[in-house]
Design a protein around this ligand. Sequence first.
Ligand SMILES: [Zn+2]
Length: 229
Amino acid sequence: MSFSAVNGTLSNLKDCQADIGTGMDIVTDVAMDLVEAQDGEGNPGIKEMEAMILECAKLDREINCFVDIVQQVTAEVTSQQPEAMFTLSARVKEQFTDRMAGLSDAELQNHQKVIAFKDSIRNSLSQASQSAENMEELDEDIAVSQSQVNFICPLTQEEMVNPVKNKKCNHHYDERAIRSMIKTRHGQKKKCRCPVVGCGNTDVKESDLVLDQVFRRKIQARKRQTNKT
Ligand SMILES: [Zn+2]
């Protein structure tokens, strides 16, 4: 007795199942993008994605059941009389219907990829709310210290665009201005003094400069606030 047709179908189903798995990964990815792009909670898109993931999980489970039952019934038939073969399809159908009836949708929550989906969304949500909090803190920070923090470059006397911090003396300058000053001074075979009044740092090197992202965001946030008022 040859079951090559059955085996061929089973292998097609396995391929199909792999595609479903890939699809579930993609849906998870898109849902995470949605969360990051906007306030995820109460986002209808996320609910839709979750429904899609659950549908895929259901399909995946059905295929597992079907493959399982076909293999089981095929094994039974092989050990019986040749005539049993003609009942193969009916037996599979019957057992499959039985098995499906015993399954609940709640169990889909335990599907490995459904769990992964929920974990990913939860992580993205907490990250999104964290960065929102950080921005708020940053804004408050600026409101309090606006008079103390100086966003004016000591060289250009204008608000810095790309602030860099000097690792040695912790003073800030606009990147272009300080780099050009260092170049000029070094071209004259002289050391470059920190241009901040009263600073004792007499040798500013390009390697001492680090781009200060936090400071840059503060300047941008302050600009937003100024624009608002
Ligand atoms: Zn300095």
